[in-house]
Design a protein around this ligand. Structure first.
Ligand SMILES: [Zn+2]
Length: 589
């Protein structure tokens, strides 16, 4: 993959990136021994198995086995390709990449061009809302919703003109090709000159400040769907983006908490009430990917959904997802049939903030709605139904203590014996218990050769010695030989092979993981030289013995047939015997 890019440039970028700084902006890292540990951002866990070693500039998770260098980290966490990750880090450390030389995938060029286009179009829409005489009704709409200019600017709110062909003609004049515009997602599939968004309030979707990947548009005319969102594209996967994320990120990280609302206008309302850690899923139910994104920055989530039935059902799904990835779920109960945007209008920013700042545990929220459902006609059937209703959430809670507390709370509400309720819950659990998830075990058989070469791949300073004592043909294990060849090539290029480079060049994913795991576990840290020297002897000895056996075999098979050849074989056997003897006596060859 990195073949077309000069290796020394990749290494230079990697050298200048502080891996603790990079990973630390996503994961809380604590110092322990000579490594740093944190909760893995790639899988759900309660105790840290994710480690970073600043000496080797590598990371590895002992839980889910993800690992690699700084580029790999960024690829995994931001969903980038290798060239994108390289580009981003190069920019960060101030190294200019002459991008045309590198033969980057055209995909990457398209992404960059699309993001540039979207940012430009967001600016145009913003200008329209602020300055166009045609946008009066759009400005009226926002002021009726009590959205002020400061909030509109913070979220770069705009207006897509009523003239559906305006944008196309404008961009064409700016030298965009019809083909590029047709693929941009900004225009109708049926009539390519017609804007996808017409006479709408425009909400740019920004994963980072200044980066626009999609739009969400709220209709201002009759007879059109109220909200539409950009189609998915190379820069936009709706299940992986949250509306308001760029603006909320820093505050979420500081408060370790995020608020989720259902709609874009709710986000603006909350932000205007001074609550900045607020995001919304984009025209879909809250997804696991979105929960994971939040989980990288926060420990808890407050769900602030509409007070109607649909809102409550969606809130339960969101809470189950949040808990299942380890986020503590809270809720804010809103009066029935109102959302944060309504409350901003009817009761003002201060009151909205007041409500938001008084969240209750999600379980209490469920109990409240249960009590609201049934006017205390408590009978056996109701008790059973109550447990049914709460079970999905209870199952997602990853704490036996909390769950038991909740079940006791439930027993109190439904006027049942707590022990019976707990017993009933457990009985149901046993009935539905699924086959436990089987952990994938180590799949590479590690022999002496592979052990040796993986040790040298980590402790690369011993490669020079290894190269003197072992020739590549002495390795029978193809994986071990693969590592040898890569290191040999790097060495021949006058480079001291680096573990991260070896990992980049290796194609065997299992082998990469094995090397990373051992590097981060520090298993070669002590006695590396001794271990490597011993393994070199073992491998060489086995090779010599095999060679000797082969020589003896061919000597007896060809007996007398070729005098010259036999003399050579005998001479070689004697040489092999001397080598074996010197290894046995502990003399290095
Ligand atoms: Zn992990």
């Amino acid at each position: 993959m990195p073949g077309a890019i000069p290796r020394n440039l990749i290494e230079e970028i990697s050298r200048r990136v502080d891996i603790l700084d990079l990973v630390g902006s996503y994961v809380n890292l604590l110092h322990k021994g000579n490594k740093w540990w944190g909760l893995c951002p790639f899988h759900t866990e309660k105790t840290p198995s994710f480690s970073v070693n600043p000496d080797s500039n590598l990371f590895f998770c002992f839980g889910c086995q993800k690992g690699g260098d700084v580029f790999q980290f960024l690829m995994e966490i931001e969903g980038l390709s290798f060239p994108e990750s390289l580009n981003l880090l190069a920019k960060k450390v101030g190294i200019e990449l002459p991008s045309t030389k590198f033969g980057f995938k055209s995909d990457n060029n398209i992404r960059t061009a699309l993001e540039e286009l979207y940012a430009k179009v967001a600016g145009i829409f913003r200008w329209f809302l602020q300055s166009s005489p045609d946008a009066g009704h759009a400005r009226d709409y926002l002021s009726k919703r009590c959205i002020n200019e400061e909030t509109a600017e913070r979220y770069k709110i705009g207006w897509a003109p009523s003239d559906g062909e305006w944008l196309y003609n404008f961009l064409l004049k700016k030298d965009y090709s019809p083909k590029f515009l047709a693929d941009s997602g900004l225009f109708s599939l049926k009539s390519p000159k017609w804007s996808f968004f017409v006479d709408r309030i425009m909400f740019p979707v920004m994963p980072d400040i200044g980066r626009v990947v999609a739009f969400s548009g709220r209709s201002l005319s009759e007879n059109t769907p109220k909200y539409i969102n950009s189609r998915e594209s190379v820069i936009y996967r709706k299940s992986q983006q949250l509306y308001g994320f760029a603006q909320a990120k820093q505050r979420i990280r500081q408060s370790r908490n995020a608020l989720i609302c259902e709609g874009n206008m709710d986000i603006l309302a909350c932000a205007q009430a001074g609550v900045e850690e607020v995001v919304a899923p984009l025209g879909t139910a809250f997804t696991r990917d979105q929960a994971r994104i939040i989980g990288r920055y926060a420990d808890s989530i407050i769900i602030l959904y509409d007070g109607d039935d649909a809102g409550r059902a969606a809130a339960v799904k969101a809470a189950v997802l949040a808990e299942s990835i380890g986020l503590l779920a809270y809720a804010v109960s809103l009066p029935a049939d109102s959302d944060p945007a309504d409350i901003l209008i009817s009761q003002g920013a201060a009151e909205l903030k007041n409500m938001i700042r008084r969240p209750i545990s999600f379980f209490s929220y469920l109990l409240n709605s249960l009590a609201g459902d049934n006017k205390l006609d408590v009978n056996g059937e109701f008790q059973e139904k109550a447990l049914d209703k709460l079970t999905p959430y209870l199952n997602a809670v990853d704490s036996e203590i909390r769950r038991e507390g909740y079940l006791k709370q439930l027993a109190d509400i439904i006027k049942a014996d707590p022990i019976t309720v707990i017993r009933e819950y457990r009985y149901r659990q046993r009935k539905r218990r699924a086959v436990p998830f089987a952990k994938k075990s180590e799949s590479i058989p590690i022999d002496d050769e592979l052990y040796l070469m993986t040790a040298v791949a980590v402790k690369t300073e011993h490669f020079a010695t290894l190269r003197q004592r072992l020739a590549p043909e002495m390795l029978r294990n193809r994986k071990a030989l693969g590592i040898y060849r890569i290191m040999d090539e790097l060495y021949a290029d006058d480079e001291m092979p680096k573990t991260e480079t070896i990992i980049q060049l290796l194609e065997d994913e299992e082998l990469k993981k094995y090397i990373l795991k051992n590097a981060l576990a520090g298993i070669y840290d002590e006695n590396a030289e001794k271990t490597i020297t011993e393994k070199i002897r073992t491998v060489k000895m086995r090779w010599l013995i095999e060679e000797r056996t082969e020589l003896v075999r061919s000597l007896s098979a060809n007996d007398g047939e070729n005098e010259q050849g036999n003399i050579a074989r005998i001479t070689r056997i004697q040489a092999v015997d001397r080598e074996i003897l010197s290894i046995r006596q502990g003399k290095n060859d």
